[in-house]
Design a protein around this ligand. Structure first.
Ligand code: NAD
Length: 435
C-alpha cells in the first residue's frame, strides 16, 4: 500500500514525539506511580528511557530501513536487478497490556508509524492514568488519521477487533491472544502476538549462587513480578537449594528492606482482582519467606514458596506476580519432566558455569528467548529479536525488526530486455534431456 506519509514527515513527527516525552517524563513517572506505585527508577529504565532510546534509534535509521534493498539476482533470470521494497500494510491496530503500560503501547506505535502505517492504539484500561497521558501526548504530536488513541476496556477492544485491519499487533495474555487470532483470521489479517508463559529458571551445581540470587531477585521482583519475561519458577539442583534460598532471602532484604511495604522501590499489584488471584495461589504452609499481603493496598511481599508438586495453583499457569516457587531436580530427566509439562515459554534462564550444560539446554528446549547467568536483560538489546514461540507468541520485534514487522516486503525483479535466453519457453521438446 502506498504510504500516506513521507519519510521526512515521519522523522519530524517522531522527533516531536521524542521532545514531548522528554517534556512530560515527570508526568509519565507520576502516572505510573499512581496506577500501581511503579518506582520512578523502574519507570525510567523500562518505560520512558526505553522508549526514548527506541525513538532515537528509529529516527536515526529510518531512511536506511525504508530504502528498497538490492539483493543478488538469480543466474536463472540473467540479466536482472532484484529488490525488496518495504511498504506499509495500511491500517494497523495495536492493543497493549497494563504491566509496562507506556513502553508496550508506545514502541509498536513508533515502529508502525515509522513504517508509514495509520495506527489505532487501544491501551489498557487497568492503568487509566498512564493511558490518559499517552492519549494527551499522542494528540499533541499526531493527527488522528495517523495515530489515534482509543481508550476503553474489553468491549472497546472487541469492537475494534470486529473491524477490518491490515495488521494487528497484540501484547497480552495467551487467552486473549487466541481471541485476537480468531478475529484476525476472519480477514486473514497478519498478526504479531506478544504473549506470556511459565518461564523456568534452571540453576545447576556449578552456578555462582550469590550472583544468581541477586540477578533473579532483580528480574523476579521488578514491577512486583508483573513482567512477561520474569522468572516464573526456580528449578535448582537439589543439593544447592538451601544455600541458594539463604542468598535469595538476604538479597530480597537488601533490595527492599525488612518490610518491603515501606520500600519506595517495590511496586503494587495492579488491581484487587489480580491481587486476589495471586493470594489464592499461596499455600501458607509452603511459604518459606514473605507471604505478607494487604488487600487495601494491593500489596504482596516478595514471597518464596517451597514446591514439590506440579498440580498446584501456583504451578498451573503463568504466576505474573511476586511469588517465586522453588522446585528441585536430581537428574536431567526430572528437568525434562517439569519443563515439558508446560507450553513453550516466552523466556528461559540458565544459571551455570558449565558451558556444555547451557548449550544443551538452549538446544533442547523451545522458548522465545533468554539468558545464561542473568534474567530479562536480553530484552534490552535492540539487535535481538523479542518474541515468543508456540503459546508464548507469534512474531518478534525490536530495532530494525520492529520496522520490518510493520512492513510488507514486496519482491521486485527488474528484467533487462537486452538479452532473452530461450530455454524456459515452449515448445520444451527434449530440453530435460534423458530423465
Ligand atoms: P490481557 O490479555 O488481559 O489484556 C491485554 C489487552 O487486551 C488490554 O488492552 C485489554 O483491554 C484487552 N483485552 C482483555 N480482554 C479482552 C477480550 N476478551 N477481548 C479483546 N480484548 C481484550 O493482558 P494483561 O493482563 O493486560 O497483561 C498481562 C499478560 O500480558 C501476561 O500474560 C503477560 O505475560 C503478557 N505480556 C506479554 C508481553 C510480551 O511482550 N510478550 C509483555 C507484557 C505482558
Amino acid at each position: 500500500m502506498e504510504p500516506k506519509t513521507n519519510i521526512n514527515f515521519r522523522k519530524e513527527t517522531l522527533t516531536k514525539l521524542l521532545n514531548e516525552i522528554i517534556i512530560h517524563e515527570k508526568e509519565i513517572i507520576d502516572a505510573l506511580y499512581f496506577d500501581f506505585k511503579k518506582p520512578a527508577f523502574e519507570t525510567v529504565i523500562s518505560e520512558t528511557g526505553y522508549v526514548i532510546a527506541e525513538l532515537k534509534e528509529t529516527i536515526k535509521n529510518l531512511s536506511k530501513w525504508a530504502k528498497p534493498k538490492r539483493v543478488f539476482p538469480s543466474l536463472l533470470n540473467f540479466p536482472s536487478k532484484d529488490y525488496i521494497y518495504k511498504e506499509p500494510y495500511g491500517k494497523v491496530l495495536i492493543i497493549s497490556p497494563w504491566n509496562y503500560p507506556f513502553q508496550l503501547a508506545l514502541c509498536p506505535v513508533i515502529s508502525a508509524f515509522a513504517a508509514g502505517n495509520q495506527v489505532v492504539l487501544k491501551p489498557s484500561e487497568l492503568t487509566p492514568k498512564t493511558s490518559e497521558i499517552i492519549e494527551k501526548i499522542m494528540a499533541k504530536v499526531f493527527i488522528k488519521k495517523d495515530v489515534n488513541v482509543i481508550e476503553g476496556g474489553i468491549e472497546v477492544a472487541q469492537e475494534l477487533l470486529s473491524k477490518r485491519w491490515d495488521y494487528i499487533f497484540f501484547t497480552g495474555s495467551v487467552a486473549v491472544g487466541k481471541i485476537v487470532a480468531k478475529a484476525a483470521a476472519e480477514n486473514l489479517t497478519p498478526v504479531t502476538l506478544e504473549l506470556g508463559g511459565k518461564n523456568p529458571c534452571i540453576i545447576d551445581e556449578t552456578a555462582n549462587l550469590k550472583l544468581a540470587a541477586k540477578r533473579i531477585v532483580w528480574g523476579k521482583f521488578m514491577n512486583a513480578g508483573q513482567t512477561c519475561i520474569a522468572p516464573d519458577y526456580i528449578l535448582i539442583q537439589k543439593d544447592m537449594k538451601s544455600h541458594f534460598v539463604d542468598y535469595l532471602k538476604k538479597q530480597i532484604t537488601k533490595a527492599y528492606g525488612e518490610d518491603p511495604s515501606k520500600s519506595p522501590d517495590y511496586a503494587r499489584i495492579v488491581n484487587r482482582k489480580n491481587w486476589q488471584r495471586l493470594v489464592d495461589k499461596i499455600e501458607p504452609e509452603k511459604v518459606i519467606f514473605g507471604g505478607k499481603s494487604d488487600s487495601e493496598n494491593c500489596y504482596i511481599s516478595p514471597t518464596i514458596i517451597e514446591e514439590t508438586s506440579l498440580d498446584t495453583e501456583i504451578m498451573k499457569d503463568e504466576i505474573f506476580g511476586p511469588i517465586l516457587p522453588i522446585l528441585t531436580y536430581s537428574t536431567e530427566a526430572e528437568i525434562e519432566n517439569i519443563i515439558s509439562k508446560f507450553e513453550k515459554p516466552l523466556a528461559f534462564y540458565i544459571f551455570t558455569e558449565n558451558r556444555i550444560f547451557s548449550k544443551h539446554m538452549i538446544q533442547k528446549y523451545s522458548f522465545g528467548g533468554g539468558c545464561v547467568n542473568d534474567t530479562m536483560v536480553h530484552f534490552s538489546n535492540k539487535r535481538l529479536p523479542f518474541g515468543g514461540v508456540g503459546h508464548s507468541g507469534i512474531g518478534a520485534y525490536h530495532g530494525i525488526l520492529s520496522f520490518d514487522t510493520f512492513s510488507h516486503k514486496k519482491s521486485i525483479l527488474k528484467k533487462s530486455n537486452f538479452l532473452d535466453l530461450p530455454f524456459r519457453y515452449a515448445p520444451y521438446q527434449d530440453k530435460l534431456g534423458t530423465i
